[in-house]
Design a protein around this ligand. Sequence first.
Ligand code: V47
Length: 377
Amino acid sequence: MIRATEPTLTSIREKVEAGERLSLDEGVFLYRPDVPLPEVGELANLVRERKNANRTYYNINTHLNPTNVCVYRCVFCAFRSDLRSPRGYLMNDEQILARGQEAVDCGATEMHIVGGLHHQMKYDWYLNLIRLLHDAYPRLHLKAWTGVELDWFARMTGKPMRTVLQEMIDAGLGSLPGGGAEIFHPEVRDQICEHKADAGRWIDIHRTAHGLGIRSNATMLYGHIENAFHRVDHLIRLRELQDETGGFQTFIPLAFHPENTGLSHIKKASGIMDLRTLAVARLMLDNFDHVKAYWIMLGIGTAQTALAYGADDLDGTVRHELIYHDAGATTPEILAVEDIRRLIIEAGREPVERDTLYHRVVRDGAEWQTAEPLAAG
Ligand code: V47
């Protein structure tokens, strides 16, 4: 017999329509395969349109992964390399600056920088990389270093996190990407990346960044050994920090790509799971303005469909992505601006080019300016 307190789709619908917050039990319920996905999607779409109307955001961006050599051995990662492996690489200043020049020449407004924790490179190398790029290309927003990398810098130097972040900001850091979050719950985290910053540390680093006035994103890696409870628990931990600081911009669910990883026996999450995860995230994260359908990870078809399942952002044109392509992603390595706009229009949405901080970008030939921030409802 169903107890009166158990969630139902009707009771959840009433709460979403009234703008009320969903509980952990309700989030887990929405993951049940017998709860029809189109109805979950319809509710997520309601929230998406309430917050962002018909707009779908994208930016012109590029990735820089300055090294893949990493002391950590996260079982889900196909990108990392040992120092002595023929795959291992480390970019020099000239190569890094060339990437900055290429980005600027292509009209990029953002460079997303993450990489391995190279045991021979000191903190100053990571700090100087930011300074080098910022001094040469001051208009290029540097969205750099995951909570895990920042934790490594603090441990390496013995400096407080606040100092590390402030030094990075002074050198030109613009915001933090959302990586390194994986799954917060220790039942899972201890099995996939037990050695790196734990949930409390990751959250505390983002809290410190928000306190210093910079924004950040948040991710969740799903489709491996976690279950619905772990995913919803993860979302609630993010929601709690957002209540406290309001510093998160965008949530990005990341589907695990198994190829060339220590979990290659796991099958990649289905499109249904991808859409359900986006929709549940949109419903649980009532205090996040944006949910991103990262097309590199989802594939173009699912990313386009996701625009009706809660997502309002497709990430960017993306140049030089390695983390997903090393793990078997079959998506193209770059999308032209016309293609990304066409995908959005075809999905019945209005394409809006944004910068990293969600200001509208206005272009006139090779020149670009930002207009007012785009307020989410
Ligand atoms: O933290 C690593 C994930 C993340 C695999 O902030 C994998 O705008 C799937 O955080 N299969 C890095 N995922 C990427 C990231 C990101 C991406 C796009 C936009 C933003 C943003 C952030 O990639 C890692 C990890 O969770 N990851 N290996 C893999 N085999």
